[in-house]
Write a protein that binds this ligand. Structure first.
Ligand SMILES: Nc1ncnc2c1ncn2[C@@H]1O[C@H](COP(=O)(O)OP(=O)(O)OP(=O)(O)O)[C@@H](O)[C@H]1O
Ligand SMILES: [Mg+2]
Length: 806
C-alpha cells in the first residue's frame, strides 16, 4: 500500500468507475484543508453516510485534529471500539447478540467471524491493526451524555452565566445567544415561543440581557426569582405589570420551577462544564474526539442541548486566532429537524452563523442527513463539499440537483448526474468539492472502528467507567480558611498622618452565615514591568500587584514574603465595606518616610525576582505568549505544524500538477503518432492507450497519471511488438518517444516520493522537549506605580477563623 499517511490528506476511499461498476486502485484523498468550507453528506438509509463520516473522523484524529460529534442515533460511540489485535475476544463484548442468535452461532464464534471480517475488510483497503493502534494513540475518544451519567455527564449550569467579552461586545452575537438560550429553555418547558411575538420570550430575553450586560451570572433558580420579582420596571415603553401581569408570570414561574424540581433534572447540573477549549484537548494538550450522545433525550431536551453546544462552540471560536488550516471538526449525524428550510428552531441560528463564519477559524462543520429537503437552502449553498450517496425519491434528487446546479454554474450535466445518483451502490458516493475541477465517484474505505450499531446506555457506561474516574468535574472550590492572628481590632480604620493614604481591596461574594468582615493591613506594591527579547520577538509589559504583611518586627516589611494580589491596582477602593472591623495598625505603617524605603526595596526585589519564563519549540521556532500555559502552547504548536505542512503541500501541488499535466499531454500526442504510423505501416492497431493507473502522485494532484506497473506493462508490450517481424522504423521511433515520456513520468513519481518523505514531521509538538526562555527585566524597565497601605478583607467566624473575602 502506498504511503497516504503523510500527505495532510484524508484517506476516504478509492475512486469508483461507474461504467465498469468497479472500485479502482486509485486512492481517493481529500485535503483536510477543504473541510474548512464544511461538508454535507446525504443518502438514503444504509447508503453508508455514517460509515463515511466515521472514516473522516478517524482520519482527522490520526492527523491530530480534534472533533465534537453530536450523536442522535448512538452510532458514533463505535469510534471507541478499536481493537488493534483484531481478535475475536476483543470484539465479543460488543457484538450484536441477536444477530449471532439469528445466524445460529455462539457468541464466541460470531465474534471470531466479526474479527476476521474486520481484518479482511481493512486488509482490502491497505490497512491493518497497526493503523488502528495509530488511531488510538492519536486522540482520546470520550462519550459525553448530557442529562445522564452513563457517560461523562455535562453541567449546563454555566449556560445562563454571562458570556465572555467576545460575545458581549458583539451585539449581533449577543442577541443571538440570548434568543437561542431563551427559545431552548422555553422549549424545555413545552412553550413553543416566537421570539418577536411571545411575551415569555421577550420578557426572559430582557432579564438575561439586563443581567449579562452587568456581567451578572444567572442560574435557573435565580431566573425563576427574577421572573417573579423582575429587576426591571419596563419592557419597551410599557411597565411590567401591563406588559406581563404577575398573575400570568406566575404560570411561567410554575413551569420553570417544575423543570427545576423534576427528578431527572439534577443530572443536568453535575459534570463537566461545557467549555469547548477544555473539551477539545486533554489537560496535556492531546486532541480529543468528544462524542455527545443524545439518543436518550426527549426532543425538546435534544434541541436545548444542541443549541447550547452550538452557542458554546461559537463563543469559543471567537477566542481563536484565524487560520487557513483545519483546527477542529463539528459533526452532527442526522441533522434532521435542527437546520430545517422552514421554521426557526433555536439550533438554526447558531448553526447558520457557524457555517458563515467558522471557515476563518479553521472549524469544519459536517452534517449528515437522509433527505436533502430537510436542510435549509442557505446552509446547503454554504457547503464546500457534498458527499452524495444513493438517493431515491424524486423530491430529494431534484433538491440536490438544484443545489449542485447553482453551485457548479455552467457545464453541469444534470441528466447524467441524476442517473448516477439513482444508481449508486451502498458506500459509493459522488463528491462535489468546490476546490476540485469536477465531481468524482468513490467507494468509502473500510473503517478502523468496529461498527456494531447503536450503543446502549449500559454499553456506554461500560466503555466510559474506566476513563471517567480521571475526569475533572465542575466543583466550586473556595479559598481555604486561615486562623486568626488573635490581633486586637477596632471598628474604624486608623487616622493616618497627612500625605499617607490607605486603600481597601474590594470584597467579593456575600458573608457566610454568622461571619463578619475583618480587615488586615498590608503594604501593597504595584509595578509595571517591561520584558523584551528581540531575538524571540518578545515585547510585553506586565502589571504586577503584590502585597506583604506589615508588622511590628525589627524589619516590618519583607518583600520576599509577598504574595500576588489578583486585583488590578485601579480597582482598589477608597473606603471600606460597612460594618467591618480592623486589625490594629503596626506603628511602622504610620510613618511616611518608611514608605519611600519600602518602595526602593520593592523595586529591587522586583528586579531580582521577576522573570518572564516563556517556552520555546526548537523544531517549529516558536515561542509561547506570556499569557499562554504549556497546554495551550502545545495546542497552538500542533496548529502551526499543520499550517506549515499545508503550505508545503500547496507548493508541492503547484510544482507537480503542471509538470504531470504537460507530460500526460505529450504522452497522449505521442500515442496518437504511434497509432498513425502503425496504420501507415499497415500494422494491427497498437493499443498504447493505457488504463488510468494509481499512483500516489495521481491521487495527490487529482489528475490521472500512469502507474508504475502500467508503465512497465506498456514497455514490455511494446518490446514484444518491436520484436515482431517487419519492423517499421517510424513506428519504432514513435514508440521510443512514448517510452521516453514514460521514463520522465516515472522519474517525476520518484522525485515526488522523495519530496513527500520529508513531509513526515519527525517531531511531534505534543511531546517535543520544550526549552525555557527566561527573560529578565532591565532596571529601567521597572516602573513602580504605587507603594501604599492597603487593607485586605477576610470573613471572620465566631471562632476567629479567617477566610479570604476578595
Ligand atoms: N466504511 C465502512 N466500513 C465498513 N462497513 C461499513 C462502512 N460503511 C457502512 N458500512 C456497513 O453498512 C451499514 C450501513 O451503513 P451506515 O450506517 O453508514 O448507513 P447510513 O447511510 O448512515 O444509514 P442511516 O441513514 O440509516 O443511518 C453499516 O452498519 C455497516 O455495517
Ligand atoms: Mg447513519
Amino acid at each position: 500500500m502506498e504511503d497516504y499517511e503523510k500527505l495532510g490528506a484524508f484517506y476516504l476511499g478509492k475512486v469508483y468507475d461507474m461504467k465498469a461498476q468497479k472500485t479502482k486502485d486509485e486512492l481517493f484523498l481529500y485535503d483536510s484543508k477543504d473541510l474548512t468550507t464544511h461538508a454535507v453528506c446525504v443518502g438514503m438509509t444504509g447508503s453508508g453516510k455514517t460509515g463515511l463520516c466515521i472514516g473522516l473522523i478517524e482520519e482527522a484524529a490520526i492527523d491530530g485534529v480534534p472533533a465534537i460529534l453530536i450523536d442522535p442515533k448512538g452510532d458514533l460511540g463505535n469510534l471507541l471500539l478499536t481493537f488493534p489485535n483484531l481478535q475475536g475476544s476483543d470484539f465479543q463484548p460488543w457484538i450484536n447478540q441477536d444477530e449471532a442468535r439469528n445466524k445460529n452461532l455462539s457468541p464466541e464464534a460470531f465474534a471470531e467471524k466479526q474479527a476476521s471480517l474486520w481484518a479482511k475488510g481493512l486488509g482490502d483497503w491497505g490497512q491493518d491493526g497497526q493503523r488502528i493502534q495509530r488511531l488510538k494513540d492519536s486522540a482520546e475518544m470520550l462519550v459525553y451524555t448530557p442529562g445522564s451519567n452513563a457517560g461523562i455527564s455535562v453541567s449546563i449550569l454555566n449556560s445562563f452565566a454571562a458570556p465572555g467579552k467576545e460575545i458581549l461586545e458583539d451585539s449581533d452575537l449577543l442577541r443571538e445567544r440570548i434568543s437561542t438560550t431563551v427559545s431552548s429553555l422555553l422549549g424545555l418547558v413545552g412553550i413553543d415561543a416566537d421570539p418577536i411575538q411571545s411575551k415569555e420570550h421577550i420578557f426572559l430575553s430582557t432579564i438575561l440581557d439586563t443581567a449579562w450586560q452587568k456581567g451578572q451570572n444567572l442560574d435557573l433558580a435565580i431566573l425563576i426569582q427574577q421572573v417573579q420579582n423582575p429587576p426591571i420596571k419596563k419592557v419597551g415603553v410599557l411597565d411590567i405589570e401591563s406588559f406581563y401581569p404577575s398573575k400570568e408570570r406566575f404560570e411561567l414561574v410554575m413551569a420553570l420551577n417544575n423543570l427545576l424540581a423534576s427528578p431527572g433534572f439534577n443530572a443536568w447540573l453535575e459534570g463537566i462544564p461545557l467549555d469547548i477549549g477544555q473539551i477539545l484537548y486533554t489537560p496535556a494538550g492531546k486532541p480529543r474526539i468528544a462524542i455527545f450522545s443524545i439518543a436518550h433525550l426527549s426532543d425538546p431536551e435534544r434541541m436545548f442541548f444542541v443549541s447550547l453546544l452550538m452557542n458554546q462552540v461559537l463563543g469559543w471560536m471567537r477566542t481563536q486566532s484565524g487560520t487557513n488550516s483545519l483546527r477542529a471538526i463539528v459533526y452532527m449525524d442526522e441533522i434532521f429537524g435542527y437546520l430545517p428550510p422552514t421554521g426557526n428552531p433555536p439550533s438554526k441560528t447558531p448553526m447558520l452563523t457557524l457555517l458563515k463564519q467558522a471557515r476563518a477559524f479553521g472549524i469544519g462543520m459536517v452534517f449528515a442527513t437522509q433527505n436533502p429537503v430537510d436542510l435549509d437552502y442557505k446552509a446547503l449553498s454554504n457547503m464546500g463539499t457534498w458527499f452524495i450517496g444513493r438517493l431515491q425519491t424524486e423530491r430529494d434528487k431534484a433538491r440536490l440537483l438544484d443545489g449542485l446546479e447553482s453551485a457548479a454554474g455552467g457545464g453541469f450535466n444534470r441528466k447524467e448526474i441524476e442517473k448516477i445518483i439513482s444508481d449508486l451502490d451502498s458506500r459509493v458516493f459522488l463528491v462535489n468539492n468546490t476546490h476540485e475541477d469536477a465531481p468524482e465517484l468513490f467507494n468509502t474505505r473500510w473503517v478502523l472502528s468496529y461498527l456494531r450499531g447503536p450503543l446502549t446506555r449500559d454499553q456506554i457506561k461500560t466503555l466510559m467507567e474506566p476513563i471517567k474516574d480521571g475526569q475533572p468535574v465542575a466543583s466550586i472550590t473556595g479559598p481555604s480558611t486561615v486562623s486568626a492572628s488573635g490581633a486586637k481590632s477596632s471598628s474604624q480604620p486608623p487616622a493616618l498622618p497627612p500625605g499617607l493614604k490607605q486603600f481597601y481591596v474590594p470584597t467579593r461574594g456575600s458573608a457566610p452565615a454568622g461571619n463578619k468582615l475583618f480587615y488586615q493591613p498590608t503594604i501593597l506594591g504595584a509595578a509595571k514591568v517591561h520584558f523584551s527579547n528581540t531575538k524571540a520577538k518578545v515585547d510585553t509589559s506586565q502589571n504586577l500587584v503584590y502585597m506583604t504583611p506589615v508588622t511590628d518586627n525589627a524589619i516590618p516589611v519583607v518583600w520576599e514574603n509577598a504574595e500576588v494580589l489578583d486585583v488590578p491596582a485601579t480597582d482598589l477602593e477608597k473606603s471600606p465595606s460597612s460594618n467591618s472591623q480592623f486589625s490594629i495598625l503596626p506603628s511602622a505603617a504610620n510613618q511616611s518616610k518608611n514608605y519611600s524605603d519600602w518602595e526602593k526595596d520593592f523595586s529591587s526585589w522586583i528586579y531580582g525576582s521577576q522573570r518572564l519564563d516563556l517556552l520555546q519549540s526548537p523544531s517549529l521556532k516558536a515561542t509561547s505568549n506570556p499569557s499562554e500555559d504549556e497546554r495551550d502552547f502545545r495546542i497552538r504548536l500542533q496548529q502551526i505544524a499543520r499550517e506549515q505542512r499545508d503550505e508545503v503541500i500547496e507548493k508541492l501541488r503547484t510544482k507537480y500538477t503542471s509538470k504531470l499535466a504537460t507530460l500526460q499531454e505529450r504522452r497522449r500526442k505521442a500515442e496518437q503518432t504511434v497509432e498513425k504510423q502503425a496504420e501507415q505501416a499497415k500494422k494491427a492497431k497498437v493499443d498504447t492507450a493505457l488504463s488510468v493507473g494509481a499512483t500516489l502522485l495521481g491521487a495527490f494532484t487529482g489528475r490521472k497519471v500512469l502507474s508504475q506497473s502500467n508503465i512497465s506493462k506498456a514497455k514490455s508490450a511494446m518490446r514484444g511488438f518491436s520484436k515482431s517481424a517487419d519492423e517499421g522504423q517510424d513506428v519504432k521511433r514513435a514508440m521510443e518517444t512514448v517510452e521516453a515520456i514514460d521514463k520522465q513520468i516515472a522519474d517525476l513519481n520518484a522525485q515526488f516520493e522523495e519530496d513527500t518523505a520529508e513531509l513526515e514531521s519527525k517531531i511531534d509538538p505534543l511531546t517535543e522537549d520544550l526549552e525555557t526562555l527566561s527573560i529578565k527585566p532591565n532596571k529601567t524597565d521597572i516602573q513602580v506605580q504605587l507603594t501604599t497601605l492597603a487593607w485586605v478583607p477576610y470573613w471572620k467566624d465566631d471562632q476567629g477563623g479567617l477566610t479570604p473575602a476578595w
